[in-house]
Design a protein around this ligand. Structure first.
Ligand SMILES: *Cc1c(COP(=O)(O)O)cnc(C)c1O
Length: 406
C-alpha cells in the first residue's frame, strides 16, 4: 500500500504562506525579546556562527589552538573547527549519557586549549557549570553549542549565556528554520562588538548562495507537511536504508567546507514572522513530550533522556537509549523507514566517520561509540499523533519484552 503520510524525524515549526510575503522584519530583535537574551547576531548557519566565534577568540589567545568537543556531536562542528585553522580534541561522554564526562574533560583541557563546547544535544540541557569550571581552570573559553536548543532555558534564562558565547541553528528540521541560519549570543558586550566587527569584515554578501537558500526555503515551506514529505523525505530515506547507507538516511554527510555569506533580508523576515509562533509552539511541544516521556518510562529497560532540575529544554525529538545495539537495531528494523518519525541522531562517534579522518583525531571514545550504537530518536512533531505514537511505543515494548530478533 502506498504511504500517504510521513512524520518528519524532528519537529520543525511549519511555515505559513503569510510568512513568505515580501518585506522586512527583524529576526534577531524579535527572538532576543522573546528569549530574554542580549542582542543576537544572525549568521548563515550554526556552524558559520561557531567558525566566526572561534576565529575571534583565537585572535585574543593566539597561542591556544585546541577546541574540545563532545566525542558524539554534529560532524559540522569538526568541519568548522578545521576551517578556523584550529585543532579538534574529543572529550569522552559520561557512560550511558550524551554529555561530556567531567574527568575526561579535565584531562582534555590544558594550556593549549582555546575553547570547550558543552552541547545541548537534542534540546536537552547540558551541564554547562561543570564544563565552565573545568575550562576556567585551564584558562579556556566556553562556547555553548545550542544548535538544537533554541528556546531552552536553564534556571530561568536562555541557554547560551552561561558560557562566554553560544550559538543556535536555524537549519531545516531544527525548530525555527530559515533553511540555513545561525544565531550567536554572548553576555559580554566587548565580545559582542568583536563578533559583529569580525562578521562585517570577514563575511560578505554572496548573491548565488543567498538565492539558492531563498529557493530552498520556499521548497521547505511547501514540502514540510505530512503528505509531501512522503516524497521529499521518506522516499530518499527508504532508498538510503535499502542501500544500507545510514549516513545518507540521517543526512550526516556534509560538504568539506562551510559556506560563508550574509543572510538576506527576506529570509530574516520569514524567520521573524514564524518566530511570532515560537513560544506557543515550544509550549505545545513540551506538553506533548511530557506525556510521552511518562508513557515511555513504563517500558522496562528503556531510558528516556530528560533535563536536570531547574532546566527546561526544547523537544524537537525524544532521545531514547536501549539496553544494547542488537535491540536498538531490532527496533530500527521495524520502525526506521516506517514513516513514523523514528530515526537516529548522528550515526557515529566523531572519530568513526571515515570522511572526516583528516580533521578528527583518532581517539578511543568507547562511551561515545556505545551511545551512537544504543540510541535512537522519536520525532516530537505534532503530526506524530497519539495513535502513531502508541504504535511506536508498543513496538519498542515488544522488542524489549520478547528479546526478539536476532
Ligand atoms: C546542526 C548542528 C550544528 C550545526 O548547525 P548548522 O546550522 O547546521 O550549521 C552544530 N552542532 C550541533 C549539535 C548540531 O546539531
Amino acid at each position: 500500500m502506498p504511504r500517504l503520510r510521513e512524520i518528519p524525524p524532528t519537529a520543525g515549526l511549519p511555515l505559513r504562506p503569510g510568512d513568505l510575503r515580501p518585506g522586512r522584519a527583524d529576526l534577531a530583535r524579535r527572538l532576543a525579546a522573546q528569549l530574554g537574551t542580549p542582542p543576537l547576531q544572525v549568521e548563515c548557519s550554526g556552524s558559520a556562527a561557531l567558525w566566526l566565534c572561534l576565529r575571534v577568540l583565537h585572535q585574543r589567545q593566539p597561542q591556544r589552538r585546541v577546541v574540545v568537543v563532545p566525542a558524539y556531536t554534529c560532524p559540522l562542528v569538526a568541519i568548522a573547527v578545521h576551517q578556523a585553522g584550529l585543532q579538534l580534541r574529543l572529550c569522552e561522554l559520561r557512560p550511558g549519557h550524551w554529555d561530556m564526562d567531567p574527568h575526561a574533560l579535565a584531562a582534555a583541557c590544558g594550556r593549549d586549549t582555546l575553547a570547550v563546547l558543552p552541547t545541548h544535544l537534542g534540546g536537552r540541557v547540558a551541564d554547562v557549570d561543570t564544563a565552565a569550571a573545568i575550562a576556567a581552570d585551564a584558562g579556556a573559553y566556553v562556547i555553548e553549542d545550542a544548535a538544537q536548543a533554541l528556546g531552552a532555558t536553564d534556571r530561568g534564562a536562555s541557554v547560551g549565556l552561561r558560557g562566554d558565547a553560544g550559538f543556535f541553528s536555524l537549519a531545516a528540521g531544527k525548530g525555527l528554520s530559515i533553511f540555513e541560519g545561525g544565531l550567536l549570543l554572548t553576555r559580554d558586550p566587548a565580545l559582542r562588538d568583536a563578533l559583529r566587527e569580525a562578521s562585517a569584515r570577514w563575511i560578505h554578501r554572496r548573491v548565488a548562495w543567498e538565492s539558492r537558500r531563498c529557493l530552498e526555503l520556499l521548497g521547505l515551506a511547501m514540502l514540510y507537511r505530512p503528505r509531501p514529505l512522503v516524497l521529499a523525505y521518506g522516499h530518499r530515506l527508504r532508498k538510503a536504508l535499502r542501500r544500507g547507507d545510514a549516513l545518507d538516511a540521517v543526512g550526516d554527510r556534509f560538504a568539506a567546507t562551510l559556506a560563508l555569506h550574509r543572510v538576506g533580508r527576506w529570509r530574516q523576515a520569514v524567520g521573524a514572522r514564524a518566530a511570532a509562533r515560537l513560544p506557543d509552539w515550544l509550549d505545545a511541544q513540551r506538553r506533548q513530550a511530557r506525556s510521552r516521556v511518562a508513557r515511555l518510562r513504563q517500558i522496562d529497560g528503556l531510558h528516556v533522556f530528560d533535563d536536570p532540575p531547574g532546566a527546561e529544554g526544547t523537544w524537537p525529538v525524544l532521545m531514547l537509549r536501549l539496553p544494547d545495539e542488537r535491540r536498538r537495531d531490532a527496533v530500527l528494523t521495524r520502525l526506521w523507514g516506517a514513516g513514523l518519525g523514528v530515526s537516529r541522531m548522528f550515526i557515529h562517534a566523531l572519530t568513526d566517520y571515515a570522511y572526516l579522518a583528516d580533521r578528527v583525531p583518532r581517539q578511543q571514545t568507547p562511551a561515545a561509540r556505545e551511545f551512537a550504537s544504543c540510541t535512537l530518536t522519536l520525532s516530537n512533531s505534532p503530526w506524530f499523533d497519539d495513535i502513531a505514537f502508541e504504535q511506536v511505543a508498543d513496538t519498542i515494548e515488544r522488542v524489549l519484552r520478547d528479546r526478539v530478533a536476532r
